[in-house]
Write a protein that binds this ligand. Structure first.
Ligand code: GLA
Length: 413
């Protein structure tokens, strides 16, 4: 039986790779007629939800990678280039070259674009929060997060709040000044792409990781400290004003956790969303990031979708990846520093988890608009070394890809 499964999988992988070759322009005549197999993920889920990937395309992507993107995805989230830091490194300077190229490439290839992200505590230049904006212009598109230090090498890792505080020079800006800066930022960025970007993550990751889950438990620094909790509602209103047709989402990680018991970060997210709705924020939906692992609690995932839908909101899975090793699901922790080989059975388990997740998404496809992977292959992933995506480092389909494709095309029935 095991041999049969291995044989079937091998045949499938060969087929999928040939189709991939076909899509890259290297096709041969034998593959040209494989109509069913030439379906990409986006086709398998057409009519259910969009299938997306994150990437700062097309710069520095190979022809094969771009062909893979065109074959499998119908919506792209810019991985870094539209975040506040790279787009707005100092008060009077915007950088739109990379985002403009991305938007044009997607439009030329009939791929939608999801904007990420208008406001966040991370990857945001310090000047936004300073009474006297510092002159240092930071244009890097790489993440500005606390470096993942190990205790033995460089001392303990800084908390996000401390990391944020150390980047600010001098006193903090007043509430009024900070409001004006965020408003200008949002009106400029959303306005520029009006009608071309289908929607935006307006606020990213507002809820703290631990604390009192009978409250919204917002982070205590950055926008929440300088402006206050009402900054979220304001941001949604400005984004709506700048592009009334854009869908507007609140995006966060681990907000499904505790859904079955109505505790944890999920409970806080429900309180926050209810308040935003009450305050008249024009919010369309919630992005569950979906940085998951082999033991992610699937019941929480499904209950969270049900809960958000009960508020009249749409749901998207915005940053999906499932590590093939370890059980860390948060935004930090483990860039594959431990180079131990991943046992082959983990890829089968990973396929099962991906399949179970997509079964949930299918059951709720009436409220799920989009499922986006955070990267296109195990080398184009922030969780490098943990093989969290559905194409391997060589861009070959993994068992997870087959599991999702079979489900989407009804092959398992
Ligand atoms: C968060 C952000 C993303 C990205 C990932 C890690 O989930 O929303 O933009 O930075 O972390 O790469």
């Amino acid at each position: 039986m095991k041999k049969l499964v291995t044989l079937c999988l091998s045949v499938y992988v060969i087929l999928a790779s040939t189709v991939y070759a076909q899509n890259t322009g290297n096709s041969d005549k034998t593959t040209a007629s494989l109509t069913a197999a030439s379906m990409g993920l986006k086709d398998a889920y057409a009519g259910k939800f969009l299938i997306g990937a994150a990437g700062d395309i097309p710069n520095r992507y190979s022809e094969s990678e771009l062909a893979n993107i065109k074959a499998n995805y119908n919506v792209i989230t810019p991985e870094n280039c539209m975040k506040p830091q790279p787009t707005h490194p100092s008060e009077d300077k915007y950088n739109f070259t990379i985002p403009d190229t991305l938007v044009q490439w997607c439009l030329d290839n009939n791929i939608k674009i999801w904007g990420h992200t208008l406001a966040w505590h991370a990857q945001t230049a310090p000047w936004f929060f300073e009474a006297e904006p510092s002159e240092t212009e930071e244009t890097a598109t790489r993440p500005t997060r606390p470096p993942a230090m190990t205790e033995d090498r460089r001392g303990p890792r800084l908390s996000m709040a401390e990391f944020w505080r150390r980047r600010i020079s001098g006193p903090l800006a007043s509430r009024e000044v900070a409001i004006e800066r965020l408003k200008n930022h949002i009106m400029t960025v959303v306005g520029r792409y009006k009608g071309r970007i289908i929607g935006w993550d307006v606020f990213n990751e507002s809820i703290a990781d631990s604390g009192d889950y009978t409250t919204e438990n917002l982070r205590t620094f950055s926008w929440y400290q300088v402006v206050g909790p009402d900054v979220l509602t304001m941001a949604f209103k400005w984004a709506h004003e700048a592009d009334p047709d854009a869908q507007l989402y609140y995006n966060d990680y681990n907000i499904e956790q505790g859904a079955v018991e109505n505790t944890g970060k999920h409970a806080s997210s429900m309180l926050l969303l209810k308040r935003l709705i009450k305050e008249g924020a024009p919010i369309t939906g919630v992005g569950i990031q979906g940085h998951w692992h082999l033991d992610t609690n699937l019941k929480d995932v499904e209950q969270a979708i049900i809960d958000y839908a009960s508020l009249g909101l749409k749901v998207a899975i915005t940053e999906l990846d499932v590590t093939a090793t370890g059980s860390n699901s948060g935004a930090f922790g483990g860039f594959g520093r431990n180079n131990a080989p991943i046992p082959p059975e983990n890829y089968e388990k990973q396929a099962k988890v991906y399949k179970a997740l997509f079964e949930i998404f299918m059951r709720h496809s009436d409220v799920i608009d989009r499922v986006t992977f955070w990267g296109i292959s195990d080398t184009r992933s922030w969780r490098r070394g943990r093989d969290a995506l559905i194409f391997d480092g060589e861009l070959q389909p993994k068992p997870a890809y087959k599991a999702i494709m079979d489900l989407g095309t009804g092959k398992n029935e």
